[in-house]
Design a protein around this ligand. Structure first.
Ligand code: SF4
Length: 382
């Protein structure tokens, strides 16, 4: 199995990762504030055309060594749509992932993914408890997820990741433990655990702010409970052999996400589609956020990139450390990285939130991961 490099170097020759954004979903989850949703078939057809044209316009489809189909719900893509986007390629990737919603994994879907070189599936389970999942807008049961993982295994998918969210409405200690039990039972290679901070842009967030009761808004765990769930996940997943390699990510050794590691090791990546971001080592750019705007720009003959930024030395340092500190291995330090931050660093060391495992490396401690945002603010921003 591939062992991803934790210290990727961004050089003009480094193979980029390719991210393909497909923001179409069957339903809008209550907590979701992504630029995704239930859009018309007409927009979907035009979107796939624009996406295929954008992907074909550069050499990234051939140069990239990792592929990540994200969304949205890219497990809704048909074989024909996938072929159109990938230009009919059936190549091997160092890693190729599709994000899938439980309910979309059929024998047919697994076969068409495998035929196109997709060897990793990230399942957006969020909770194995039916009531918690339903309040979030999901209809699956734990048994259905189990069956779908069996389908993937039979089809030869060697790497399966499961997403969980801590802090969903109605979530209690018992069902959180049950979700972790399922991760253990299913023996997945990778898990992602996110702490929900319901954004005002989501239906759940808006309901909480207006003190309404829809979507279980009155039964959302407190921040402290959510943090307890996350800490419990760290403990349980470690006992299962899933190493905590990034703030939200856990993997068996050698099963870290090679594509996502590119984001955290400052390696290059190209994103195509709406709300997709790209980085080539010197510049960052991103496409129009909404699918309709992305398609309209393309149809008007405009560039897909709506915003572009050349990183100056300050921004480069911030980005490099911000991404590197997300990794449990920490960020390698370059001369001058912490100039002017000596006092803040000393305080963070005393609080036990960061540590220096070696002189030229800084990392969050196991307790510091809960205060990552405070650490980033103290060390990286004015
Ligand atoms: S959480 Fe995922 S599946 Fe749900 S609406 Fe958002 S992008 Fe779609």
């Amino acid at each position: 199995m591939l062992r991803p490099a934790f210290e990727a170097e961004t050089t003009p020759r480094a193979a980029p990762g390719l991210y393909v954004s497909f923001p179409f979903c069957r339903q809008k989850c209550t907590y979701c504030n992504f630029a995704s949703g239930v859009f018309s078939q007409d927009l979907r057809r035009r979107y796939v055309t624009a996406l295929a044209a954008e992907a074909a316009a550069s050499d990234t489809l051939d140069r990239a060594d990792t592929l990540y189909l994200g969304g949205g719900t890219p497990s809704l893509l048909t074989g024909e749509e996938l072929d159109e986007i990938l230009g009919g390629r059936r190549r091997e990737w160092a890693e190729a992932t599709v994000e899938a919603a439980p309910g979309d994994v059929t024998e047919e879907a697994a076969r068409l993914w495998r035929e196109r070189g997709i060897d990793r599936v990230s399942l957006g389970v969020q909770s194995f408890d039916r009531r918690v999942a339903a309040a979030a807008g999901r209809k699956h049961s734990a048994e259905q997820v189990e069956q779908e993982i069996s389908i993937l295994r039979r089809a030869g998918v060697e790497r399966i990741s499961v997403d969980l969210i801590a802090g969903l409405a109605h979530q209690k200690e018992a069902d959180w433990e049950e979700s972790l039990d399922w991760i253990e039972r299913l023996e997945v290679e990778h898990a992602s655990v996110y702490m929900l901070d319901a954004d005002d842009d989501s239906r759940l967030g808006a309901e909480i702010r207006s003190e309404g009761g829809r979507y279980g808004a009155r039964d959302v765990p407190s921040d402290d409970q959510t943090a307890d769930f996350y800490e419990r996940a760290i403990e349980r997943l470690a006992a299962m052999g899933l190493e905590h390699y990034e703030i939200s990510n856990f993997a068996r050794p050698g099963c870290e996400s090679a594509h996502n590691l590119k984001y955290w090791t400052f390696a290059p990546y190209v994103g195509v589609g709406s709300d997709a971001h790209s980085f080539d080592g010197a510049e960052r750019w991103n496409n129009a956020r909404m699918a309709s705007e992305y398609v309209a720009r393309w149809e008007r003959g405009e560039l897909a990139a709506a915003e572009r930024e050349t990183l100056d030395a300050v921004r480069r340092r911030q980005d490099r450390l911000l991404t590197g500190l997300r990794l449990r291995a920490g960020a390698p330090l370059e001369p001058g990285d912490l100039d002017g931050r000596e006092e803040a660093l000393e305080q963070l060391l005393q609080k036990g939130w960061v540590e220096r495992p070696e002189p030229q490396r800084l990392r969050l401690t196991s307790s510091g991961v809960l205060f990552a945002n405070e650490v980033f603010l103290e060390l990286l921003f004015e």
